[in-house]
Design a binder for this molecule. Sequence first.
Ligand code: SF4
Ligand code: SF4
Length: 512
Amino acid sequence: MKRLSLGALRGRARVHAVRGGVHPKDNKALSAECPIEPIPLSGLLRVPLQQHIGAEAEPVVAKGDRVAKGQVLAIGRRAVSAAVHAPTSGRVIAIGRFVAPHPSGLPVATITLRPDGEDRWADLPSPLDPNTATPDALAERVAASGIVGMGGATFPSAVKLDLRNRFPLDTLVINAAECEPYLTCDDRLLRERAAAVADGILCMARALTVDKVIVAIESNKPQAAAAMRKAVANLPLDARVIVVPTRYPMGSEKHLVQALTGRETPARALTAEIGLVVHNPATAYAVHRAVRHGEPLISRILTVSGRAVARPANIEVPIGTPIADILAHCGGTLGEPARLLLGGPMMGLPVPSTRAPVVKGTNGILALSAAECRRDEAMPCIRCGTCVTVCPSGLTPLELNARIRNEELDGAVRIGLLDCISCGSCSYVCPSNIPLIQSFNYAKGKLAAQQRVKHQQEETKRLAQQREVRLERIAAAKMEALKRRKAEMAAKKAKAKAQEGAKAAAPLETAS
Ligand code: SF4
Ligand code: SF4
């Protein structure tokens, strides 16, 4: 492959300096030349109702129902949620809790589908033209199609497209950095389906009512950058590809925006607050399928890699396919993997069970050999400060860890725990092999659980107060009715008395 200078790769666009970051061995060569391939349908598909950030979807089918491919299985509830659809035609054989790739590690409400082998589509909505459809119509189509951020964040995409109603936006950024080692599914998508991704970008730009688009790609993917440059050249938008340096975590939304524009997003704020919305290229591809073809999000492309898998690959997988079936499709594992991960090695989560299904946010399955994993014992902190140097969020990981170890969670929050993006750079460089990222994830999980309990207590208090107000209202209404009845009775009595008086007076009047 011809090597290009960074200047040429950047296409003369200025890339701004960002804080921190590391250069882990990218190991992308294992799968980068593996074209996207299909996988045979599994005997059972398990479709979790919680594949996104926000409220769990609500089932609209029952056990025993026959469903068609693309049919809605569950609808999104509340403002932040996402619908889920049947990945193929078949019969619903169960609705219940099942192991799933969820950060909580707990089983998730799941619809189990037995495919009938016909792969028969439901009636799909008509195609939309992004140049004539209204922004609301485009966002509604994205919502109805159950599309979520497919880079792993899984935030419902329609909610992000609606940000135009809350903030003045000027730019759509397509985050194709794919900075996690091993993962190459976005690289392959851009190389093989650049025109469809570019069309999805047009749909999203129209929905956001912005004309400026930046497609950001790391310098280790020159073919993807070339394919996207060609694809966006004909868009009726001010769209360009900017090649950013290969440095982890360049794909972190806020850092990418800073590298591209020099604009810094305030802590705990959205990039939309400084005018930019960031989407993943796989999300753009899903939007293209939904807008132009009416197809909901029922499959995704993911990378299977690591030296403990027999045949690394990039595969287009129906949502709900068991991880075991995907590994089997790739020739199985070479012995017991030292680590089996969903996602990349820096931010990925352990596979809870190979029976768990692939969900909308699953961008990789890694089977890592012992040689690929660091297994040294954790040693005491030597206060070398390396973790501080690499932290892209400007935190002091050693201090955060010290507070968490002492169960001083409030103290950890005060020094920025909630600004930690869980990138794992600090753990990666720590010479004492301290599991810093596990410590931060533990603390964040504990805080989230405390928050949930607090929320439940507040909800219980609110309901109790509502009940008290209701009972007071009922008592006041009863009192009012009693008063009214008394007044009516008194009036009746007075009337009767008056009538009796009138009767008594009548003979006297006649006699006179
Ligand atoms: S890198 Fe590790 S040893 Fe060095 S200061 Fe940070 S926590 Fe301590
Ligand atoms: S995991 Fe958190 S603390 Fe560690 S480098 Fe990343 S952002 Fe900083």
